[in-house]
Design a protein around this ligand. Structure first.
Ligand code: HEM
Length: 397
């Protein structure tokens, strides 16, 4: 039987400035080096193989979420009370998951869908008249920030804290490096603001937040768990979608043949977003912790060992997708890993898809052409891949 030191060793640091600035390079190296590799800079196991990411994500009995979903074991080094949904395993996970499944069913989102589509259409029509704009700020960020906090029932004042908090949350999944320190300094007041907003009395009636608390009244969850579930909504639901929409706009601007396909048939907006998620996942990593001493594919694993899944690499695994590096909105994207797999598969994916499809459909309707109009700037984070700036020019339809 192999031991961990027999595994291929990856010497580079996936969280270094150099690797963050060239997304994808170390992903491919990790995937191609072997089924399971050892990333020596952080003492963690990793995989970039599609099949193995799936296998690990399905096997929560061995690969637990209770140590957190990053590379830090939150049981030893947590910065906040763990999430009652992300950082749990069944059966504890089931109650919280049931509550969000109920609130986020397509049926209960009809009003949110109509409001989001109307808002996206208005924004995109105005941007068509402007001709040049920053698609990262003016569209990818503007739409989710306009619709989601209202839908949750948040007060207007202080919403700037939301993205600072989300940034701290996602950066905390990586190492305690300079990126994390900066996020922490930036978000000090935001933690208190978000905690306060998650209290029942601060949430408007009729919103997702109030709906979560209604489950506390029936006893499905406790009031404290309800507050933590509202918090998860705010940590997980904004910048993931913002970066996903920005990545889609860039992919379409850089691939005029695919833009033409979308323009010819705006019902392809959903396929265009799905292909963006496959090729450019906003959240490109998922972490787990080994729950008990065991062996996996011939390698003995020790309890507490951290395992990092490079899902962006898995999405480009030639064993799973043909011409994996090509952006092709007509391809079959089923099986991509960008919303996770198994019991923790993204419970908010309906919302993310709904917002992105509203934007891309409105773009296909109101823009005849779209081009990059300057150098895109990537975000510099431990965990998410998106754009800080995405200058574009458009021709109105
Ligand atoms: C494009 C946008 C999004 C991406 C790429 C994304 C990605 C993911 C991924 C990869 C997971 C699995 C994590 C794991 O297995 O450890 C996940 C879980 C989750 N996501 Fe999303 N997400 C997105 C949007 C959203 C939105 C809009 C919401 C809420 C409004 C949301 C809420 C959640 C929650 C609560 C979980 C935990 C589910 C569970 O543990 O059962 N996400 N997401």
């Amino acid at each position: 039987m192999k031991v961990i030191t027999d595994l291929p060793v990856i010497a580079g640091d996936p969280f270094s400035d150099a690797e963050i600035c060239r997304p994808g390079q170390i992903d491919a190296h990790i995937r191609d080096a072997g089924e399971l590799v050892f990333v020596s800079s952080h003492g963690i196991l990793a995989t970039g193989r599609h099949e193995i990411c799936r296998e690990i994500l399905r096997n929560w009995q061995v690969f637990t979420s209770t140590g957190g979903t990053g590379i830090v074991d939150i049981r030893k080094d947590g910065w906040r009370v763990p999430s009652v949904i992300l950082d749990t395993d069944p059966p504890d996970h089931n109650r919280a998951r049931g509550v969000l499944n109920d609130i986020l069913s397509l049926r209960s989102l009809e009003q949110f869908k109509a409001q989001t589509e109307a808002q996206a259409d208005r924004m995109v029509r105005d941007l068509a008249q402007r001709g040049q704009f920053d698609a990262a700020a003016d569209l990818a960020k503007a739409l989710p920030m306009a619709v989601l906090p209202d839908a949750v029932g948040l007060q207007q004042d202080g919403r700037d804290h939301l993205l600072r908090y989300a940034s701290l949350n996602f950066n905390s999944l990586g190492p305690r490096n300079a990126i994390w320190q900066k996020a922490e300094e930036h978000a000090r007041e935001s933690v208190a603001w978000v905690t306060q907003q998650c209290a029942r009395e601060n949430l408007a009636p009729g919103g997702f937040g109030a709906a979560i608390y209604a489950h506390a009244d029936t006893g499905t969850i406790t009031p404290a768990e309800a507050g933590l579930l509202v918090r998860t909504f705010l940590s997980a639901g904004l910048d993931t979608t913002i970066y996903g929409i920005g990545n889609a706009i860039r992919a379409l601007a850089e691939n005029p043949d695919q833009w033409d396909l979308l323009r010819a048939d705006p019902t392809r907006a959903a396929a265009a977003f799905e292909e963006t998620l496959r090729l450019h996942p906003p959240s490109h990593l998922v972490g787990r912790t080994v729950a008990k001493d065991t062996s996996f594919r011939g390698t003995p694993l020790r309890e507490g060992q951290k395992v990092l899944l490079f899902i962006a690499a898995g999405n480009r695994d030639p064993r799973a997708f043909d011409r994996p590096d090509v952006f092709d909105i007509a391809r079959r994207t089923r099986g991509h890993l960008s919303f996770g797999v198994g019991v923790h598969g993204c419970v908010g994916q309906v919302i993310a898809r709904l917002e992105a499809v509203a934007v891309l459909t409105a773009m296909a309707r109101h823009f005849r052409a779209i081009d990059l109009n300057g150098k895109p700037e990537l975000t510099h984070t431990n965990w998410l891949r998106g754009h800080a700036r995405l200058p574009v020019s458009v021709i109105p339809a």
